[in-house]
Every structure is written in C-alpha cells, then in structure tokens.
Design a protein around this ligand. Sequence first.
Ligand code: F1P
Length: 294
Amino acid sequence: MKVRVMSRTTEEIHSQPELWRRVASVDTSALPAPDQRIAVIGCGTSWFMAQAYCSMRTAVTGAPSYAYTATEFPYSDVDTVVCLSRSGTTTEVVDVLKKTREAGIPNLLITAVSPGPGTPFADKEIVLDFADEQSVVQTRFATTALAFLLGSLGFDVEAAASDCERALATEIPERWAKAEQITFLGTGWTIGLANEAALKCREASQSWTEAYPAMEYRHGPISIAQPGRLTWVFGKVPEGMADQIAATGAELVTSDLNPLAQLVLAQRVAVARAEDRGLNPDTPRHLTRSVILK
Ligand code: F1P
C-alpha cells in the first residue's frame, strides 16, 4: 500500500483557524488611522492580500486605499504606505521602504520575520511571527495577515475561523483536482482572493487558472468555459451568470463558507491538483520563498 506523507504545505494550511484566532490579541495601534489615504504594497500573494484589504477598507471607512504590486507604486499623495511581506526580504518591497523613507512618506512594514533588510527603513513594524511558515507557497501567513487587517475593520474573524474548520473538513471532489482549467471570480474584497486562489494553483500545481472581477467574466473570459473546466465564484454569483455558465458545460463552484475560508478550500484544491499531477507542493517549480534581486 502506498502511504502518502502529508506535505508541509498541507500541515500549514490546516493550522489556519488557530492562527486566525490569535490575531485578536495583536496590537492594531500601528495601523493607519481610519481616515488616512493609504497605499498597501506587496508582491505575489502579498499583493493579492493587499487588494482584498484595500477594497474592504475603502468600503468600510470611505478612505481611499490603493493596492499596488511594489514596483508600480507611483509615490503619489498618500498618508501612509503599508508594506506587506511574509519574508521581509523581497527586494522590491525593501526598495519601497527605502524610497518612502527618503521621500518622507510614513511607512509601516507587516512581516513574519524581523529584523530584516527593510527594518531600518520602516517607521513602524507589525511582526506576525507566529504565522510564519516554511513552505515556499504562501498560505497561512497571507491569510493570517489578512484576517488581522480585516479584523481591524470589524470583520468577524471568529466566524471565518469556524468556517475555515469546515473548509478543512470538506472532501475535495476528484473532478476538481483533475479539471483542465479553473477560472476564479470575485467581487469587491474577494477579487483579491480570486487572484490569490488562481496564483496558488499555478504555483503549487503548474495548472492553468485565471482570475477576474466577476462582472468582467462575460466580457471575454467566459469563452474559456467548457465541459471539464471550473468557474469558481467567491461570494455572490452575479445575476444570470449561473445559467450562462451552465450553458457552457463548465461546472460552477460556489460556497456558503465565508470567502476567507473558501480561499482555504482553494488552497486545498491547489494541493490536490499538485498531487494529482505527481508534483510535490513543497517544491514548486522555479520558485523560492522570496525574490531577492541582485
Ligand atoms: C512574496 C512572493 C510570494 C511567492 C514567491 C515569491 O513574498 O511573491 O508570494 O509565493 O515565493 O515571493 P513576500 O514578500 O510576501 O515574502
């Protein structure tokens, strides 16, 4: 009998409910005040978490909150730049810390590891070291940082954590692991989650995924839908879309889980797709824990 050893990535995925619950005791005083105009920057997964946070922050506080991948931050008029980086070593993020320091723009670094190369240039730091992980493919640091940020806006982290337990107990259908392609869709703050779910599958399983704001789907991307492929919607399915997807023959995947917990389901699908292809999610092709440029 073949005994499958649980990947490190899977172990880290399963630790998420407990870690999300711990954010309630993390000090939020270093976060920008609710009326501040902010930019949140990061790369890869951290950028997508920034998208989710900024969307919800703008919706809740009304204060402009912009997410940028680190190199695209325009150094325009914001009150604070929040830099999100699990490793704290990503070159493009360290560059933003340096340049905002030079420009006199207040900054905050949220990371799992301190001190790091960005620490000397950070005005403030929030260290979520309890959520650090060994995997190259980020799961728990990203969602824990997001739970912390959303929690500061009044998001019910405890409810998400109990839904996360359900997401971890849900059986992943084999056809999801074997689907030829997946398109992830989201609305508002869940657009960042859709982007992250798609990235997770690409990183862990080298499989074809796409991600869009849900209302963009009918403006072209739906042409990819066909039998054997999935359209996975975070949150509410826009009116009329379920019938349109059914007509393509693709499977529509929805969930009553909190979207943050639904992202955990997508992380598990990424691992299942890797294993189905005989890949080890702990050793993703061409990737390193962080990108450090010469
Ligand atoms: C950002 C990141 C990861 C990605 C890859 C390279 O890292 O893009 O999201 O999985 O390993 O680095 P960080 O700045 O959040 O440490």
